[in-house]
Design a protein around this ligand. Structure first.
Ligand SMILES: C[S@@+](CC[C@H](N)C(=O)[O-])C[C@H]1O[C@@H](n2cnc3c(N)ncnc32)[C@H](O)[C@@H]1O
Length: 287
């Protein structure tokens, strides 16, 4: 694989596990993932439909977190299909399991597992994930390993960010832009590939998948809605320990407990049009 450009190279190269996962593991982070899941739901659904995820399929979702991607996949595959969600974090697996039980979604099961150690005797028809490959030390190796649990002709579909194209706000809103820059830097310094969206084709090709296609999407809007200000705040809250650890910003600079209200006030004053970081979806096939 080509070497990483300097501004996107992971700061560390952990061996088989994420040693410095930037977002942590707490109920508050899981609620943030659910908020994120709602915001990106339709964009992800479009990508999954393009990938051919549909009725009757058996789907593997890696990095299932609070369960949103698995739940969307389960809707697309319907009662004749099924979904397995994988996560290494037992707390997230318990959270997601409780959620699908409460929603009476019988065709989803979550398992606690490391991706690189996962095996299953029954082949899957599709492998999917959102905002996950960027955190892996070696995405190609993980996809090569997981290819063993896919049938021939199976679909693969991932939805990943590309922070190399900055978000835009007009008129300028420094509060908003500074938060975005802090989040991106915390991810980068923690070892995440912040340009993973642009690496999908190369990663799939190196892992042996064929017929890759892509699409690009952004969240966008006019004015700053409360849900967007809260999402920004909660994302920053999740990376706050990393901001301090890497000396990117101090708690005093961030003032997390008043951030939502400050962003909303600035949003009211600027009343901006904005375009968020771009996400890239790519889908392909196992030969
Ligand atoms: C950013 S969250 C994404 C959640 C979900 N895909 C979504 O879009 O809502 C990443 C999740 O992947 C899990 N994870 C990261 N690396 C993993 C690995 N190597 N094996 C298993 N789970 C992993 C983390 O525990 C975390 O819950």
């Amino acid at each position: 694989m080509a070497s990483d450009p300097p501004n996107t190279r992971p700061a560390s190269a952990p061996s088989s596990k994420i040693s410095s996962y930037a977002l942590g593991s707490s109920d508050r982070e899981r609620r943030r993932l659910m908020k994120q899941g709602e915001l990106f739901r339709e964009l992800l659904a479009d990508a999954f439909r393009s990938a051919g995820i549909g009725p009757g399929m058996r789907v593997l979702d890696i990095g299932s977190g609070a369960g949103d991607v698995a739940m969307l996949a389960a809707e697309l595959v319907g009662p004749a299909g099924s979904v397995v969600g994988l996560d290494r974090d037992p707390g997230s697996v318990a959270w997601a399991t409780k959620r699908v039980a409460e929603a009476a979604m019988a065709n989803i099961h979550f398992r606690t597992a490391e991706f690189n150690e996962f095996t299953d005797p029954q082949p899957f028809d599709a492998l999917v994930g959102r905002f996950i490959l960027l955190y892996l030390p070696d995405p190609t190796a993980t996809l090569r390993h997981l290819a063993h649990v896919l049938r021939s002709g199976a679909a693969i579909a991932f939805f990943e960010p590309d922070f190399t194209v900055p978000s835009r706000v007009f008129p300028e809103m420094p509060e908003f832009e500074r938060c975005g820059a802090w989040i991106q830097e915390a991810l980068r310094r923690s070892g995440a590939r912040t340009d993973m969206g642009m690496r999908l084709y190369a990663t799939y090709r190196d892992a042996g998948f064929i017929d890759t296609e892509t699409s690009v999407s952004h969240l966008s809007g006019c004015g700053i809605a409360r849900e967007m200000a809260e999402y920004l705040t909660e994302t920053l809250r999740s990376v706050l320990p990393k901001l301090e650890l890497y000396g990117i910003a101090t708690r005093e600079e961030v003032q997390i407990d008043t951030l939502t209200e400050r962003v909303l006030a600035a949003g009211l004053a600027a009343d901006p049009q904005w375009v968020g970081t771009r996400s890239i979806a790519a889908w392909a096939k196992k030969p």
